[in-house]
Design a protein around this ligand. Structure first.
Ligand SMILES: C[S@@+](CC[C@H](N)C(=O)[O-])C[C@H]1O[C@@H](n2cnc3c(N)ncnc32)[C@H](O)[C@@H]1O
Length: 286
């Protein structure tokens, strides 16, 4: 970045030092590593905040975040920099495995435990935890007589509001079978305004909480299944190592961990063994 580029005409003054300081804050607050190529993304996403706040320069925005009265804005800042891309049954082989291989085996084991704890650790707008809940309901017909709880967490407080509301527009549920739509959603409105609301019975399986994966994990475990998908891709290796060293004690040998399609525990943790297709099984301690 040259001084000439720094001085280019923009709505808000945005210097090299602003970008460096903001990306340091993002790393500290969320663990997310932003490369140099994310400069315009940062400018674009945070410009909206400067507009709302009536500021004219990123230097003023940085000062606000650093001040004690800037703590409310810190939440908005974090919400603005997170990437929340998700969809129902994203990477469908994970849900096939969860339902057909893992949960059906649990259901068939008449002497096994009927307690299941699942953590969806980067829930975004809720499609992932609701897909998990649907998989449970499909695999275990009498699931309401079991002790099954899904904890769905995310750092971003905005996406958690969508999770709790559980209401989706038609394009978000497109591709889902009619059988699933009928079974798991209440439909209201018509035409372009049609809305699909998760049925309360399914929603009752899930508790939504805000949780920063950079912080101490408050849950005790053991967690039979953890979904940690498409979030560690934003963290550097050291941050990933720290995270999985805190997650490992929450699982027992044989418990499952699902990562995103481009994520891996290679050079990160040897507490799990890869079973294939980014599905990992917790190892017994050596
Ligand atoms: C790309 S979405 C992935 C959503 C879902 N897991 C999936 O695979 O479809 C990444 C999510 O991770 C969340 N996230 C990013 N950093 C986080 C952190 N430090 N702690 C918890 N969640 C975080 C973001 O808010 C975002 O909702």
């Amino acid at each position: 970045m040259t001084r000439i580029e720094d001085a280019r005409q923009r709505e808000f003054a945005f210097t090299h030092a602003d970008f460096e300081s903001l990306r340091t804050m993002v790393k500290e607050q969320c663990g997310i590593t932003l490369s140099e190529s994310k400069r315009e993304l940062v400018y674009g996403r945070l410009s909206r905040r400067l507009r709302v706040l009536g500021l004219s320069a990123f230097a003023d925005y940085r000062r606000l975040l650093a001040a004690s009265e800037g703590q409310a804005e810190m939440i908005e800042f974090i919400n603005a920099v997170t990437t929340n891309l998700t969809s129902y049954f994203r990477e469908p082989h994970h849900f096939d495995f969860l339902r057909d291989d893992y949960l059906r085996a649990r259901a068939a084991d008449s002497r096994g435990s009927r307690r299941i704890r699942i953590w969806c650790s980067a829930a975004s707008t809720g499609e992932e935890p609701y897909s998990i809940a649907m998989s449970v309901a499909e695999a275990i017909p009498d699931w309401q007589r079991w002790d099954i709880k899904i904890l769905a967490t995310d750092l971003d407080t905005n996406v958690l509001k969508t999770c709790v509301a559980g209401v989706y527009r038609e394009e978000r549920v497109r591709g889902m079978s009619q059988k699933r739509l009928d079974r798991f959603f209440d439909v209201s409105g018509s035409g372009a305004d049609r809305q699909f609301r998760i049925k309360p019975e399914l929603a009752s399986m899930i508790a939504f909480r805000q949780l920063n994966l950079m912080h101490t994990l408050p849950m005790k475990g053991p967690l039979d299944v953890i979904f940690c998908r498409n979030v560690i891709i934003y963290f550097d290796k050291d941050t990933q190592r720290g995270l999985f060293s805190r997650i490992a004690p929450l699982q027992r040998p044989g418990d499952l961990l699902f990562l995103g399609h481009s994520e891996s525990l290679l050079q990160v943790s040897d507490a799990w063994t890869l079973m294939g297709k980014t599905i990992y099984k917790r190892n017994a301690p050596c």
